[in-house]
Design a protein. Structure first.
Lengths: 105, 105, 105, 105
């Protein structure tokens, strides 16, 4: 994403607020794929190749802007995500939360 | 994330619509970090260790739900993102778009 | 909202991008209220006074930033919404769409 | 919105989670209008009739789903928003917060 953006001279547009808005745009497209599907049919989406393809594209769009944002902020996404997982494993002890709807993190 | 969720018996809550809503919640927290900062100060965020730490956590939260969603849908995020990059490289030829604000993808 | 913001000298922060990010933050809080509820229990939310109160507050937060954004852009929300409804009534003729999941508008 | 939805037999799709996702889709379209504009040019949007028209439509889309959601939950949006404003006026005393970036509400 960094190379892609530099090659097109697009890094000038990639301040954090603009990147978050772009990410929101892609999250909106992801939401639209699922919005009117009954919850159980949304699950079945995975077996429809055409919808799965589109879901993969929208998820990727969100991911790529997220990666671009992390890069602009000097954040190593892989490292940050691993730290967050470790913190969550400690915070939500299995014996405390098993089978209960997770509290918002 | 899959192991973490299975160990807590949380996969039962992870239908696509619920995961997208959870992701939206985390995107909201990410947006709140930047909302009132002047655009140029948002850029400077990277040099403030405390804000960078929080940004890393919120970006990770979005990423982890995105990964969980991809997993539930049977999507290989790494593969999907690489395909999307290749498609974008073709769609936005450097000679056509250099230095112009990218069209929404 | 305009008077409230002017009295606090907050209009200086209310450029459109910042207001959309603030709105996204509130949408995130609204999403969190519903994210882990089974679809049918989300419907029952209306009968739980405490949850209904919180939903009303989050919906109001989204609405108030939306109103502030419209005001900053010189848009009369009431007039714009009525125009949109008229356009949708024409676009989605009852005989064409009755009982079918609406296309995204 | 209620009459419009009932006439098309669309209320069946309007459980809270689906409506929030639809709202997220419209917020995404609103974000896309502004994402790559420099903050100062976003402000100037109001003077471009074509962009103002589009912004009015996207703001209306968000508003109409918000209204539909409030209606489904039995919430009087006008009353809830007025209550929220009163609470904010008390919470953010002018003498305390004048000219300081508002805390997230």
């Amino acid at each position: 994403m960094r190379e892609f953006s530099e090659a097109r001279n697009w890094v000038q547009f990639h301040d954090p607020k603009s990147l978050v808005l772009a990410l929101v745009g892609e999250v909106g497209e992801l939401a639209e794929l699922f919005q009117w599907l009954p919850a159980d049919q949304a699950q079945a989406l995975a077996s429809d190749p055409k919808l799965k393809q589109r879901a993969g594209e929208e998820i990727s769009d969100v991911f790529l802007y997220l990666l671009r944002l992390a890069d602009e902020l000097g954040i190593d996404l892989s490292q940050a995500a691993n730290q967050k997982m470790s913190a969550s494993e400690e915070r939500f002890a299995i014996s405390d939360v098993h089978g209960q709807a997770p509290l918002k993190s």
